[in-house]
Structures are given as structure tokens and as C-alpha cells.
Design a protein around this ligand. Structure first.
Ligand code: PLP
Length: 383
């Protein structure tokens, strides 16, 4: 068959989750640390707004989002990141993923390049390939905190580069960028005016670092016309299944994104958009509260994993993943062995980080600790 330039093997994350579910169905106890899915309920005011809306007739809505959600998203980014966008500069889609796809589809052609720092969210390279373009992977080592360095960016940029992907806090590394590093990256990007910048900030509300969180859009306001800042309700508000995300960018790009959206799925469900607007406009206390919970889990997991002679784990600044490096270097074998021992993880190879494992701590503390103990005992060969 021709037509689709992505491998039909599907997501390695879902594959591990599927194998874990299969073992469970056989009656085996498996701790599942694979999925990046918050284990919290959505905010009650979001659910209530959806319930009320669902009882009314809801017809088709604008492809780039209902006005209430576009307004709520703009207010939220102003409140949280002191960034101000006009109504023409925001596009809503079925999750951050669709906004990214639409942006790539609207701008990429055959042979165009997209720079993706590794470790990366496993979808970026496939989204690029789906648009007929070429993912250019730039490895970022654990020693650099899994961050893209300005000189590595400079070396990867070519005349064909159409996008540079920045994702912070990163999936799967949890790394964020300091003001200084973003300033350095912006300096490089100024010398390459044909490259757009995708700033994927879907985990921006899940951060543990002492200092302030910075977006490249804040650090380099002069690059505003080249930045697409992407966010959504999936992670911060535990609303993955509601499928609402948005992007802020130049009006011309937003127009193109909307054109793709219109012929793709028309719009994301109106009831979900109403719920998302309520999540953004309602009380925000759960964000800090949940961050505290994630931080306790991160610290507990790190304390166990660091007992192992076979693992070296960088402390993540944000998101809800750990990316321990395996002394053995063989992540595929380790993930298999650990699954047999009762703990499902994802091999780092799925994220451009061979030799590492990704563990999600979006799971309750007791389960997480049990999973980490299985990992340490199995790798260290202790009962
Ligand atoms: N960006 C990153 C880095 C992610 O990890 C994910 C989901 O795992 C997404 C985007 C997709 O988010 P959404 O559910 O809004 O499509």
C-alpha cells in the first residue's frame, strides 16, 4: 500500500500498554508506568459546564474554536505567561496534537526539514513524515540535561529548515530551558529567518523548578511572528479525552491552520470546548495542588531508582516522566525483562533516547513505588 509515509507499527507506548493489558487479562499483576495520562478527574466546574451545554442543541461551531474558548485561552496565556494575542492569532484544534499537525500540514512540502531535539515526544517525527517532510533529529545528552544547546541548533539548521521544535517541560525528559539558554537559542534563530518555531508548552503547568518558567515567546518577543505556542487542557487539567488544544501564532499561520482544520474534522466537539473554557476561567488552585502531588511522586520514585547500581536518573524539572539511563544500554531488552517481572515501561528508543527507559509517574504513589522497586530489584538481580 502507498499513501502514508509513517510506519504502520503504531505507537511503541501504546504497544507496551497493550502488552501490559494482555498480561493483566491473563491474571498477572502488572504495574503500568507507560502512559502519560493524568490520573486525576477534570475540574468539577468543567464537567458541570459540559453537562449544562450537552442539554442544549449544539450545532456546528467555527473551525478555529468557539469565541468563548479563544477568549479564555488568550486570557489564560496573558495571566500565566504575560503574553497577549489577538483573536485572529489563536486556533483551536482536537488537542495540541492536531494543532501541530495542522500547522505542519499547512506549511511543509517535500524535502522540507523540521529540527527535533532528542529525546522527543514520539509523535513529532511521524507528524513531520505525514506531511512529506524530513525530521532532523538532534541528540541532546543527559549531560546537557537533555536540552538543545545553541551551537547544536546552529549546526542542524539548513536552508531547508522550516520548523524548529522546542518542547519544555519536555516529554520524556521533563527538561525546561533557562532564560539564558532560550536567549542563546533565539540568537541563533534570528540568523535563520526562514525557520518557524514550534513551542510545545503542553506541560507548562506541571513544573518543579525553583525559578520562573519561560517560554521563548517571552524571552524573544521580536520572534513573535515566527512562533507557534501550543497548549491545551489534556495535561494541566487532566482532560486528555476531551480533545482540546490551541495554538497562538501569527494571523496568517492561524488562517492556514484553520483552513486545514475546516476540511479535516470541521472543529473539535463544542461540548469539549465549553468545558475547556470553564477549566481555564474557573478556580486554578488544582494546578498547584496537583503539581505538589506530582512532585512528591517524582521524589519518591527518584529515591528508589537511585538505589540501583544500574540506573542513572536526571531529576526532571517538569512534566510527569522519568528517563533513567541504563548501565546495560539495552532499553528494548530491559523493558521486556521488566514487563516479565511485573512492571511495564517504555523503551527510550521510542523517544530517540536509546539506552533509557521512560517511566510515567502519572499514577498513584503506592503503585509507582511498587513499580520502581520491581525495576530496581530486577535490574540489580536482588529478590
Ligand atoms: N505534546 C506533547 C509533548 C505531549 O506529550 C502530548 C501528549 O502526550 C501532546 C503534545 C498531545 O497533547 P493533546 O492531548 O493536547 O493532543
Amino acid at each position: 500500500m502507498t499513501g502514508c509515509p509513517v510506519t504502520p507499527s503504531g505507537s511503541p507506548i501504546l504497544e507496551m500498554a497493550r502488552r501490559a493489558a494482555e498480561y493483566r487479562a491473563e491474571g498477572r499483576r502488572i504495574i503500568d508506568l507507560t502512559l502519560g495520562e493524568p490520573d486525576f478527574a477534570p475540574p468539577v466546574h468543567a464537567v458541570r459546564a459540559a453537562q449544562e451545554a450537552a442539554a442544549r442543541p449544539l450545532g456546528y461551531a467555527p473551525a478555529n474554536g468557539i469565541p468563548e474558548l479563544r477568549r479564555a485561552a488568550r486570557r489564560a496565556v496573558e495571566r500565566d505567561r504575560a503574553l497577549s494575542y489577538s483573536d485572529a492569532e489563536v486556533a483551536v484544534g482536537c488537542g495540541a496534537k492536531q494543532v501541530i499537525f495542522n500547522a505542519f500540514f499547512a506549511t511543509l512540502g517535500p524535502g522540507d526539514e523540521v529540527i527535533i531535539p532528542a529525546p522527543y515526544w514520539a509523535s513529532y517525527p511521524d507528524l513531520v513524515r505525514l506531511c512529506g517532510a524530513v525530521p532532523v533529529i538532534v541528540p541532546c545528552s543527559a549531560d546537557s540535561g537533555f536540552r538543545l544547546a545553541p551551537d547544536a541548533l546552529e549546526a542542524a539548521l539548513t536552508a531547508r529548515t522550516r520548523w524548529v521544535v522546542l518542547n519544555a517541560p519536555g516529554n520524556p525528559s521533563g527538561a525546561t530551558y533557562s532564560h539564558d539558554t532560550l536567549t542563546g537559542l533565539a540568537e541563533v534563530l534570528r540568523r535563520h529567518p526562514s525557520a518557524m518555531i514550534l513551542s510545545d508548552e503542553i506541560y507548562a503547568h506541571i513544573g518543579y523548578a525553583e525559578g520562573e518558567y519561560f517560554s521563548i515567546a517571552q524571552v524573544a518577543p521580536d520572534l513573535r511572528e515566527r512562533i507557534l505556542l501550543v497548549d491545551g487542557v489534556s495535561k494541566a487539567y487532566a482532560m486528555t479525552g476531551w480533545r482540546v488544544g490551541w495554538g497562538f501564532g501569527p494571523a496568517e499561520l492561524v488562517r492556514r491552520i484553520t483552513a486545514v482544520q475546516t476540511q479535516n474534522c470541521t472543529q473539535t466537539a463544542t461540548v469539549s470546548q465549553i468545558a475547556a473554557a470553564a477549566a481555564l476561567e474557573g478556580p486554578q488552585g488544582i494546578l498547584a495542588e496537583r503539581c505538589g502531588t506530582y512532585r512528591r511522586r517524582r521524589d519518591a520514585a527518584l529515591a528508589i531508582l537511585r538505589q540501583s547500581r544500574h540506573l542513572d536518573t536526571v531529576e526532571p524539572d517538569g512534566a510527569f516522566y522519568l528517563l533513567p539511563r541504563l548501565a546495560s544500554g539495552d532499553d528494548l531488552a530491559a523493558a521486556d525483562t521488566l514487563l516479565e517481572a511485573g512492571c511495564a515501561t517504555v523503551p527510550g528508543s521510542a523517544f530517540g533516547a536509546p539506552g533509557h527507559l521512560r517511566l510515567s509517574f502519572a499514577t498513584d504513589l503506592a503503585t509507582l513505588e511498587e513499580g520502581c522497586r520491581i525495576i530496581v530489584a530486577t535490574l540489580d538481580g536482588t529478590p
